[in-house]
Design a protein around this ligand. Structure first.
Ligand code: GUN
Length: 302
């Protein structure tokens, strides 16, 4: 069997078009556009490239986009004051503080200072609580899990009563996607198992999965023989395993590998995401969707 490829690169384009259309309609009717500020402290190269992509996507969609880059030695108090400024700014509907922050700044304190109604990352404890309650309580689902759920739903993978196994228990992916998939409602309503570093028999659990979501950060962790024939495999891992020269640019680029042995797994699974080009492109897409939602909440449209 050869699995159907779930291409985040293609599904992203469909969702971005939907967002772009909605932005145009809201602008014509209410004279307002979603506003997103991206705060970057320092110049970590990976963060700079993520932020650049976020800015380009926001601009393409016609958002009001503010890039606020600050020096590495900015104090925690200065950053908190900056967040307060954007909390009060009526043109800004989404505040994103790019992580990781320099060591002298308390990340938890910073994330907790963002107005929960502008927390488009969905990292504030209030939004984590809203996600846990589910249904109409949920305002901003965290972007990577929201992207995973979109991939599953838009690929027509049945979830109702499905056995979902999540490998990994991080606050950003494992825990929230487990909660989202077990909630009552469409694209969820699954029976969820979470496995992690203390799990005794990983293979046993993975073999039972109709939908296997792997976010462990260990290249090739999931072996092909652990995959149930016909299962949907979502690989969230993005592991740098070396470098190569890009054919396009002639520059050095990282070689990326997922947490699943893709080549062998695609012969067994029913659906599978590649790395890169699977889950990765969805995170920024869902950030844009959350920023649009934030404006819609403000206008009373949701
Ligand atoms: N750094 C890497 N990924 C993310 C993300 O999704 N949100 C924020 N704020 N920082 C990140």
């Amino acid at each position: 069997m050869t699995a159907k490829l779930i291409l985040g690169t293609e599904i992203r384009e469909v969702i971005l078009k939907e967002i772009e259309e909605e932005v145009k309609e809201i602008k014509a009717k209410y004279g307002k556009v979603p506003g997103l500020v991206t705060i970057l402290v320092g110049s970590n190269p990976a963060s700079v490239s993520y932020v650049t992509l976020k800015i380009q996507t926001a601009q393409r969609l016609g958002f009001h986009e503010v890039q606020d880059t600050r020096p590495e030695n900015m104090s925690e108090a200065e950053l908190l004051a900056l967040i307060d400024k954007y909390n009060k700014d009526d043109l800004i509907h989404g505040i994103l503080v790019q992580l990781p922050l320099p060591k002298h700044i308390d990340e938890k304190k910073v994330l907790n200072a963002i107005d929960p109604d502008k927390d488009v990352d969905g990292f504030h404890p209030i939004n984590v609580g809203r996600l846990m309650i589910g249904g109409s309580e949920v305002k901003f689902p965290p972007c990577t899990p929201a992207g995973i759920q979109e991939l599953i739903v838009r690929s027509g993978v049945p979830t109702d009563g499905a056995e979902v196994v999540v490998v990994g228990r991080s606050n950003i992916v494992g825990k929230p996607i487990a909660v989202m998939m077990m909630q009552k409602g469409p694209g969820a309503n699954a029976t969820v198992t979470v496995v992690h570093t203390a799990t005794k028999d990983l293979a046993f659990h993975c073999k039972r999965a109709d939908i296997l979501i792997v976010a462990a950060g260990v290249p090739g962790l999931v072996k092909p023989e652990w995959i149930k024939p016909g299962a949907c495999v979502i690989d969230v891992g993005v592991n740098r395993v070396g470098e190569k020269i890009s054919e396009k640019t002639g520059k050095k680029v990282p070689i990326l590998r997922g947490d699943v042995d893709f080549e062998a797994a695609k012969e067994i699974a029913g659906w599978i995401t590649p790395v890169p080009g699977g889950v990765g492109p969805m995170t920024i897409t869902m950030l844009m969707k959350n920023t649009l939602k934030s404006l819609k909440y403000k206008l009373g449209l949701m």
